[in-house]
Design a protein around this ligand. Structure first.
Ligand code: F6R
Length: 242
């Protein structure tokens, strides 16, 4: 694992955005795996800024998002579909026909998970962006998830619901309790992985990921078995590392 430590969230967002920008420039038809949440917000803003200033083009890029809440229509303001449009897709020249997210509002969630897994299986994700949960989840693969897991309907644990309530008026009752998420096995098929983590609340999970036991109790530790992982950390997220 290649570990890059920087000062703060701003520096992290710049370094990680540059990795993606360089990847897009070197392969204009790149297939990107994308994440939502607080961690990549500034990174996406940097991609948008670079697109406007330097004309890096996303016209040939395809994207596959990690996950989507079940029960929210794609047009819901807190859906990950809306997040991606607001933070990235609406501001660059990407062809919306080439952006792919699970749909959390179909009549058959299992079938939708299967459809998405097949879609991802039929491509090679060149670069997968990941955040990490305070409990070490990647995507919505909570502790105990199989390292071989495929895209599936998953239950969010209480810690994740509490953490994500900040996007739902601080009200845990409004946070969906399930999601469709790429599995750890799905994520591990990406050619390269870029994980970003910022803040003291991520320090325990990062310590385990980098120095602890590889175990399904910390889903992100699967990445230790992946040949091409870059982790960008700010000082707070790296603060417990030896
Ligand atoms: C989001 C995702 C999650 C987040 C993680 C960290 O698509 O799959 O695994 O990356 O929950 O979230 P933030 O960045 O909000 O701390």
């Amino acid at each position: 694992m290649n570990i890059i430590k920087v000062k703060d969230y701003e520096a992290l967002s710049e370094v990680a955005a540059n990795i993606i920008i360089e990847a897009v420039k070197s392969k204009p038809e790149i297939s990107l795996g994308l994440a939502t949440g607080g961690s990549p917000v500034q990174l996406y803003a940097n991609l948008v800024k670079d697109h406007k200033e330097n004309k890096t083009s996303y016209a040939g890029v395809s994207t596959y998002n990690l996950d989507e809440y079940i029960g929210l229509d794609p047009s819901h303001e807190q859906s990950y579909n809306t997040f991606m449009k607001n933070n990235l897709f609406n501001h660059v020249d990407i062809n919306l026909a080439n952006v792919h997210l699970p749909n959390g509002n179909t009549s058959d969630h299992e079938a939708e998970a299967k459809r998405f897994e097949e879609l991802v299986a039929n491509t090679t994700i060149d670069l997968q962006l990941l955040g990490i949960g305070t409990n070490g989840h990647i995507g919505f693969n909570e502790p105990g998830s199989s390292f071989d897991g495929k895209t599936a309907v998953v239950d969010l644990v209480q810690e994740t619901i509490e953490s994500n309530a900040r996007y739902f008026e601080g009200n845990e009752d409004l946070v969906p309790t399930q999601a469709i998420s790429m599995g750890v096995g799905t994520i591990m098929r990406a050619k390269a992985i870029l994980l970003i983590a910022s803040g003291k609340n991520k320090a325990e999970a990062i310590k385990w990921l980098v120095e602890g036991e590889v175990s399904e109790d910390l889903p992100a530790s699967a990445l230790r078995n992946h040949p091409n992982v870059t982790i960008v950390l700010d000082e707070d997220a790296a603060s417990l590392l030896q």
